[in-house]
Ligand binder design. Structure first.
Ligand SMILES: *Cc1c(COP(=O)(O)O)cnc(C)c1O
Length: 465
């Protein structure tokens, strides 16, 4: 398994104790393929282009800021996951990473299933034409209305997250006179995040039902007790974290989930046919990150489950996984226009762009790292340490904390921040009454907005006072 090279070392652009900065990249005009969507290139004239469409044209047509998504890359990643996991497993794209009707159509065409975790995501999935059978409904507090809609639509799975929800879903299936396949979401006592995972005996978090203290086993009993009311228990679900590079957390998770399958067989004489190990696979936000390929992940997870089932004397259940970030994250960059450039003597240069924490909250929220490139031209100017900041009324409004740009970066330039496909548009806000940017899908030299830019009229439409 490949792992990132930098967990303990200095972060890109950090001030080191000796007062030196980490080295700038050798060539500021180069676009590292680890962080850029597949068809992105810097053309001979110095302008960055995606699928043959250059950023000057994109900015002229769609304005800035804009999320620019490489449709072929998105589809290729879907296929890579599908093919890596093969016919005996299912890949559910986690819609919360980014969802629109066009995305739903691509997923459908490429043979993926789809996770939704709210009524709004369910609406979008159905409006995009995804067969309900290929949907799974998640969430720790699904409303009765969301449950009723999902059951009535015929979603393939509902992932149960609490004792109350078991009764709620069973009441709905009994009332509607239908059967519903369900999984029980368990917490396995693994906290996985990026470069480390912690295996604990208990979990202090809102999701799932704990394995260690018997809560998960009790949930299974309660689901089985409502079999006659329409609940079909088909599997156990576990999701251990996000932006994970270290597969050891999945190893512990799979072992503990298989342990529960074993206990269910012993107690109820029932071999559940499905196990879902969730999502959370990491992507490269900066060139220092080195994520695994889908085929490596599929092999690792498949081997772990097969080995654990073999040890327990269970037939291997059908495996499913739920990548969100790993599919959409690398496929898009955010295109910004530089408004001001403010060199702070002896510190760094602050480069202000026309978006910020309203279109990318991840830096402020998770201390996320990003890289950035000057996109409308190449430059031979020497590197200068910069911080890309937004236009919002918060000093924490940072897009790229530490990076290098050519020292001649100036107002009017376009900057592109790669790897913003996941959890940027989907977490975007209207802070400072900022209209949210469009998502522009580019393919074969043609762009189209799959989500249009919000307008001031959109903002005022909600203001009915
Ligand atoms: C968020 C989430 C995912 C997707 O996580 P990524 O980090 O985007 O892969 C998958 N499954 C569940 C249950 C989730 O909550």
């Amino acid at each position: 398994m490949s792992r990132s090279a930098h967990p303990a070392g200095p972060r890109h652009g950090d001030v080191l104790p000796e007062g030196h900065y980490t080295a700038p990249p050798a060539d500021l005009n180069a676009l590292d393929p680890r962080v850029w969507a597949r068809t992105v290139e810097r053309r001979a004239d110095g302008v960055v282009a995606v699928a043959g469409l250059d950023v000057n044209e994109l900015a002229a047509t769609y304005g800035t800021p804009a999320y620019v998504l490489d449709e072929d890359d998105f589809r290729a990643r879907c296929r890579a996951w599908r093919e890596a996991f093969g016919a005996n497993a299912d890949v559910f794209y986690a819609g919360k990473a980014f969802l629109s009707r066009a995305v739903v159509r691509w997923l459908h065409e490429e043979g993926l299933n789809l996770d939704v975790c709210s009524g709004g995501e369910l609406t979008t999935a159905l409006a995009g034409g995804m067969p309900a059978e290929r949907l799974a409904l998640h969430g720790n507090n699904k409303s009765l209305e969301e449950i009723e809609r999902a059951v009535a639509a015929g979603v393939g799975r509902i992932v149960l997250d609490s004792f109350q929800e078991i009764e709620r879903v069973a009441d709905v299936t009994r009332r509607l006179g239908v059967r519903q396949r369900v999984q029980v979401r368990v917490t396995v006592g693994v906290e996985a995040h990026t470069h480390e995972f912690i295996a604990t005996a208990h979990e202090d978090q809102k999701f799932g039902l704990a394995l260690a203290d018997g809560t998960a086993a009790e949930a299974v009993r309660r689901v089985l007790a409502r079999r006659d009311d329409g609940l079909d228990l088909v599997g156990i679900h576990s999701h251990i974290g996000s932006q994970i590079f270290d597969m050891a957390g999945f190893e512990v998770s799979a072992r503990r989930v298989v342990g529960l399958l074993d206990a269910i067989r012993n107690e109820h004489g029932l071999e559940l046919p499905e196990i879902d190990l969730g999502g959370g696979l990491g992507i490269a936000y900066t060139p220092e990150d080195d994520p695994s390929e889908p085929h490596e992940i599929a092999k690792t997870l498949g081997d772990i489950v097969a080995r654990e089932c073999d040890r327990a004397g269970l037939a291997p259940p059908r495996l499913s996984v739920e990548p969100g970030r790993a599919i959409v994250g690398p496929t898009a960059f955010t295109l910004y226009r530089v408004g001001t450039v403010k060199p702070l003597d002896g510190l760094r240069t602050y480069v202000s762009v026309d978006g910020g924490m309203s279109d990318n909250i991840r830096t402020a929220l998770y201390d996320a790292e990003y890289s950035v490139a000057l996109a409308n031209r190449a430059s031979q100017a020497p590197p200068t340490l910069i911080r890309v900041v937004g236009k919002h009324c918060e000093s924490g409004d940072i897009v790229v904390r530490n990076a290098y740009l050519p020292a001649d970066v100036a107002p009017g330039d376009l900057l592109a921040v790669p790897a913003t496909g996941a959890y940027c548009r989907s977490m975007a806000s209207n802070y400072n009454h900022t209209p949210r940017p469009p998502v522009v899908a580019v393919r074969g030299g043609t762009g189209r907005a799959i989500v249009r830019r919000e307008t001031d009229e959109d903002l005022l439409r909600l203001d009915v006072g």
